[in-house]
Design a protein around this ligand. Structure first.
Ligand SMILES: CC(C)(COP(=O)(O)OP(=O)(O)OC[C@H]1O[C@@H](n2cnc3c(N)ncnc32)[C@H](O)[C@@H]1OP(=O)(O)O)[C@@H](O)C(=O)NCCC(=O)NCCS
Length: 174
């Protein structure tokens, strides 16, 4: 398994859109391809690929400021959910974002996914609201840069009030 950045418009991006349509839009009766996907050229796309180059999971980050970014469109292939691949991808994307200077991440979580984000250190921040016809809640996480030994047992608190300890990330898994 490899985490890779996906180039907008590439064949890997087409795989990403197909996965997002299947996992995130079709179940809601929506069509991803009706959306303005051109704006996504400004966004950062990450994919977890198997050894045959097939996309297993995807996620997008959207820079808001030099240090803050939004996480969106997190999806894992249905037959491979619950096996740690979502975690592998999102922690990989977080590591890249941290290396690029981003400190604060936020996202809009569906109610069904809150537990997943909580396991990864995101904290609910605000009331429930509707998006794409389904209830969501805002969640946030602050990224800490220090290495594991410095970071062990240390809880980092930032502006949004989130507390999180970032663990080291392993880029490849057999
Ligand atoms: C939600 C989703 C991205 C999680 O990815 P995943 O690969 O299935 O999750 P992982 O196996 O990496 O789980 C990581 C941890 O989160 C937990 N977890 C995963 N999904 C969860 C859920 N829906 N609710 C509560 N906990 C969950 C796992 O038990 C695991 O806990 P552990 O580290 O203690 O073992 C994936 O299931 C998915 O694509 N769901 C459908 C689309 C979706 O809802 N996307 C999010 C939109 S906001």
């Amino acid at each position: 398994m490899n985490v890779k950045e996906i180039k907008h418009g590439s064949s890997e991006y087409q795989q990403e859109c197909a996965l997002r349509q299947e996992v995130l839009r079709k179940p809601l009766g929506l069509n991803l391809y009706d959306e303005n996907l051109a704006v996504e050229s400004e966004q950062l796309h990450f994919g977890l690929f198997d050894d045959q180059g097939q996309l297993v999971a995807c996620v997008i980050t959207v820079p808001i400021t030099a240090t803050e970014a939004k996480v969106r469109q997190m999806a894992v292939r249905p037959s491979l959910q619950g096996k740690g691949f979502g975690r592998l991808l999102l922690e990989g994307a977080e590591q890249v974002m941290a290396q690029r200077g981003f400190r604060d991440l936020f996202l809009h979580s569906r109610m069904t996914a809150i537990g997943f984000y909580e396991r990864l250190g995101y904290i609910k921040n605000g009331p429930e609201f509707m998006e794409v016809g389904t209830p969501h809640v805002k969640m946030c996480k602050s990224l800490s840069f220090s290495d594991h030994s410095e970071n062990q047992g240390h809880q980092n608190q930032r502006q949004c009030g989130c507390k999180v300890t970032v663990q080291p990330f392993i880029w490849q898994r057999s």
